[in-house]
Design a protein around this ligand. Structure first.
Ligand code: TRP
Length: 463
C-alpha cells in the first residue's frame, strides 16, 4: 500500500523516473508512433486494400478513435504512475470498479511481445539494407534487379536471423539503460532527420515518378470496392501506427510530468505520425506506378521501390544509406516502446532490475521472432487463416488485439472513471474535454465493435 493513495493521485511518482520535459515526452511518444508502421506497413497495407477508400477510412479512424484512445491511455497512465498492469488494477479499484481491469494491462504486455517478435525481423531488413546501400548494391538498378536482391535476401533465413538478432540486441541495450538515458536520447534527432529525408525523397518522387497517378491511387476513393475486412485493416493500421491499444502509451504516460497538456501532446503526435505516413505513401505509390510495380506487392513493397528510386538519384548510395539508417532508428525507438509494458511490469511485479527485465523479455521475443523469420523462406508455403505465420501474428495483434484493447481502454476511461478524475487529468471540463468524452464513451467503443463484428461476419447486412 502506498501512503499517498489517500491523497489522490497527485503525489504518486513513477518508479522508473520521469521525462525531463514536455518535449521529451512528445518526442518519445512520437518516436514510438513513427516507425515501420508508417513507412513500411502503411503503403503496403493501403496497396493491398486498394488505396483511396482505405486511406480515408484510416484517416477517419485516426481522428475519431485513435486520438481519444491515445488521450485515454496517457491520462490513465499518468494517474496510475505504474506499469500498465498495476495501473489498471489500481485505478480499477480506486474508481470503485474491479481489479480485474488489469487484464487490459496483461493483454497489452502479450500484444507488445508478439508485435515486436515480427517487428524486429522487418527492422532487421532495414539494417541489412543499410549495408546493401552503403556497398552500392542498388546503383543503377532496375525493378528486376531490386526485386531479385530482395527475393534472395528474404529467402535466406540465416541472413534474416542474423539481422533480427542484431536488432533485438540493440533494443535490449537501450531498454536496459532506462527511461531518460536510453529512450530520450534515441528519439531526439531521429524524427526530425527522418522527416527531412522524406521531404527530399518526395521531391524525387514528384519529379520522376508518376506523381498524379500515385496521388490518385491514394486519395480517389471507390467505396464500392471496400470490404469490411479492409475497414478492419484500416482501423488496425490506425491503432498500430499510433502505438495504441496495448498499454505502451499508458506506460509512457506514467512518466509524464503533472503539468503537461495531454490533449496538446496527443495532437502533436497524431499530426506528426499521420503526416509521415501520408508522406511515405506519396513517395512510394508514384514510384510503384512509374516502374510498373504492383501496389499490392505485400511486405516487400518499400524494400523494392525505395532502393530503385534512391539507386537512380545522384549520390544515391549515400542517400539510400542515410534513409535506411533513419528507418532503422525509427524502428528502434518503436521497438523500445513495444517492450516497455512487459519490462516495466517485470521490474515492478517481480522485483527485477531494468537490465534483467530487458534481457529476459528480449530473449523471449527474440526466440519468438524465428516464427516470422521462417515465414519468408523455409515456411513460406505453410499458410493458414490469413496467410503465413507472420501474416497471422500481424493480423491477430494489429487487427484484433489492439482494437479490442482500445475498446476496453475507452470504456474504462469513458464509463468507469468518474468525470472528476478524467477532467482533472485533461485540464478541466471545457469543449475539448466534452468532445473527448463523447468520442471515448460512444464513438470509439461502438465504432470499433461494429467494424469488428462486421469483419468477422457476426453482424448481418441490412440491405
Ligand atoms: N507505432 C509503431 C509503428 O508504427 C508500431 C507499434 C505498435 C508500437 N504498437 C506499439 C510501437 C507500441 C511502440 C509501442 O511502427
Amino acid at each position: 500500500m502506498l501512503s499517498n493513495e489517500a491523497d489522490g493521485s497527485k503525489k504518486r511518482k513513477s518508479l522508473h523516473g520521469h521525462w525531463s520535459s514536455r518535449m521529451a515526452f512528445i518526442l518519445a511518444v512520437t518516436g514510438s508512433a513513427v516507425g515501420l508502421g508508417n513507412v513500411w506497413k502503411f503503403p503496403y497495407v493501403a496497396g493491398e486494400n486498394g488505396g483511396g477508400a482505405f486511406v480515408l477510412v484510416y484517416l477517419a479512424c485516426v481522428i475519431l478513435v485513435g486520438m481519444p484512445v491515445m488521450m485515454s491511455e496517457i491520462l490513465i497512465g499518468r494517474r496510475g504512475r505504474r506499469n500498465p498492469v498495476a495501473t489498471m488494477k489500481l485505478l480499477g479499484e480506486e474508481e470503485g470498479s474491479s481489479k480485474h481491469w488489469q487484464i487490459i494491462g496483461l493483454a497489452g504486455v502479450v500484444a507488445g511481445i508478439f508485435i515486436l517478435s515480427y517487428y524486429s525481423v522487418i527492422a532487421g531488413w532495414t539494417l541489412a539494407y543499410v549495408f546493401k546501400s552503403a556497398t552500392g548494391a542498388f546503383a543503377g538498378s532496375t525493378a528486376e534487379t531490386v526485386g531479385a536482391i530482395f527475393g534472395s535476401f528474404v529467402g535466406n533465413w540465416q541472413a534474416l536471423a542474423f539481422c533480427h538478432t542484431l536488432f533485438m540486441a540493440l533494443t535490449i541495450f537501450v531498454v536496459a539503460r532506462g527511461v531518460e538515458r536510453g529512450l530520450e536520447q534515441a528519439v531526439r534527432f531521429m524524427v526530425p532527420a527522418l522527416l527531412l529525408m522524406m521531404v527530399v525523397l518526395l521531391g524525387y518522387s514528384i519529379s520522376s515518378g508518376s506523381f498524379s497517378q500515385g496521388v490518385d491511387f491514394m486519395f480517389s476513393a471507390d467505396f464500392s470496392k471496400l470490404t469490411w475486412d479492409s475497414v478492419l485493416a484500416a482501423m488496425g493500421q490506425a491503432f498500430f501506427t499510433l502505438s495504441i491499444g496495448m498499454g505502451a502509451i499508458m506506460a509512457y504516460g506514467a512518466y509524464l510530468p503533472e503539468e503537461t497538456s495531454i490533449t496538446g501532446a496527443s495532437a502533436s503526435v497524431v499530426v506528426a505520425d499521420t503526416g509521415i505516413a501520408m508522406l511515405a505513401g506519396l513517395i512510394i505509390f508514384p514510384l510503384v506506378f512509374a516502374n510498373a510495380l504492383d501496389p499490392a506487392e505485400g511486405p516487400g513493397l518499400v524494400f523494392q521501390t525505395l532502393p530503385l528510386a534512391l539507386g537512380q538519384m545522384p549520390a544515391g548510395a549515400f542517400f539510400s544509406t542515410i534513409f535506411f539508417v533513419l528507418l532503422a532508428f525509427a524502428a528502434w525507438t518503436s521497438a523500445i516502446g513495444l517492450m516497455e509494458p512487459a519490462v516495466a511490469w517485470l521490474v515492478e511485479h517481480f522485483n527485477r532490475t531494468r537490465a534483467q527485465a530487458a534481457v529476459i523479455v528480449g530473449l523471449g521475443i527474440w526466440a519468438l521472432g524465428f516464427a516470422s523469420v521462417l515465414s519468408f523462406n523455409v515456411l513460406a508455403d505453410f499458410t493458414f487463416g490469413k496467410g503465413t505465420i507472420f501474416d497471422n501474428i500481424d493480423h491477430l495483434t494489429s487487427n484484433i488485439m489492439l482494437p479490442l484493447g482500445g475498446v476496453l481502454i475507452a470504456v474504462f476511461a469513458g464509463w468507469v472513471m468518474c468525470r472528476n478524475s478524467t477532467a482533472d487529468e485533461l485540464g478541466g471540463a471545457g469543449t475539448s474535454y466534452k468532445v473527448w468524452r463523447f468520442l471515448t464513451r460512444f464513438v470509439a467503443p461502438i465504432g470499433i465493435l461494429f467494424v469488428f463484428l462486421k469483419a468477422v461476419g457476426l453482424l448481418p447486412d441490412l440491405s
